[in-house]
Design a protein around this ligand. Structure first.
Ligand code: ADP
Ligand code: ADP
Length: 225
């Protein structure tokens, strides 16, 4: 697992400051939630940590290394998006196995890993199905399992529950919390949902207009009406 340090990072698109001088440390094993309204710069910050976007200024340090020198595929990061991006023609098993196959892992190792990850998210009994034969929540768990098999040092989650209906979102949030306690994931989790942020975060970072407005435990955060 890894510690992440975001040092005075900014991103300017044209002459618009999407992210403005953000500093933030995510400790090893800590689950940090970025909370803020649409357009406040959350995804841009997440994408810079992932290496999908270059900071205009500032540094991001992952473990011991300044991340600007790390290619995305060398960052050992798992990203989970709101649209799960599962391959429709592959079974859940093959979807989860995919990153391992790409990495050239042996069949028995792949099998062990896939079953371990599927067990953690409770979908062992569904592995032979195609995504269209499963519910939204099961697809979301499959995407999480797929992100787990590579033992990522860091999880980046961008509104992963926002496509689920209210009831499913509630149970998925509880599952994620339980799972997080079991695995001890280091994570940066983006949401505009206050309830989600307060329920999931070890710490919550409130962003507004590209800047950090508050940082604290859920108990410490004051939410403006
Ligand atoms: P959030 O995730 O909080 O909704 P984003 O990080 O996606 O916010 O976007 C922050 C701001 O930066 C928005 O005003 C958005 O329109 C702008 N933005 C994001 N990506 C780009 C881009 N590639 N080019 C220009 N503007 C962008
Ligand atoms: P949700 O209301 O959460 O979207 P669904 O009603 O789609 O759930 O599915 C309920 C259960 O039925 C799930 O466990 C799902 O895996 C199973 N299921 C849904 N569609 C199929 C299918 N075509 N073949 C087999 N099982 C299915």
């Amino acid at each position: 697992m890894a510690r992440v340090e975001i040092r005075n990072v900014g991103k300017i698109f044209g002459n618009y400051k999407a992210v403005d001088d953000v500093s933030l440390t995510i400790e090893d094993g800590e689950f940090v939630v970025l909370l803020g309204p649409s357009g406040c710069g959350k995804s841009t910050l997440l994408r810079m940590v992932a290496g999908l976007e270059l900071p205009t200024f500032g540094d991001i340090v992952i473990g011991e290394t300044v991340a600007t020198r790390l290619r995305p595929k060398d960052r050992n990061i798992a990203m989970v998006f709101q649209n799960y991006a599962l391959y429709p023609h592959l079974t859940l098993y093959e979807n989860i196995a995919f990153p391992l196959r790409v990495a050239g892992r042996r069949g028995d190792e792949v099998d062990k890993k896939v079953r371990w990850a599927a067990g953690l998210v409770g979908i062992e009994h569904l592995l032979a199905r195609k995504p269209r034969q499963t519910s939204g929540g099961e697809r979301q768990r499959t995407a999480l399992a797929r992100s787990l098999v590579r033992d990522p040092a860091l999880f980046l989650l961008d509104e992963p529950l926002s496509n689920l209906d209210a009831k499913l979102r509630h149970s998925a949030r509880d599952e994620l919390r339980t799972f997080q306690e079991r695995v001890g994931m280091t994570a940066l989790y983006v949401t505009h949902d206050q309830v989600e942020a307060m329920g999931l975060g070890d710490r919550v970072v409130v962003m507004q207009g590209g800047r950090v407005r508050q940082v604290g435990t859920p108990e410490e955060i004051y939410l403006y009406p």
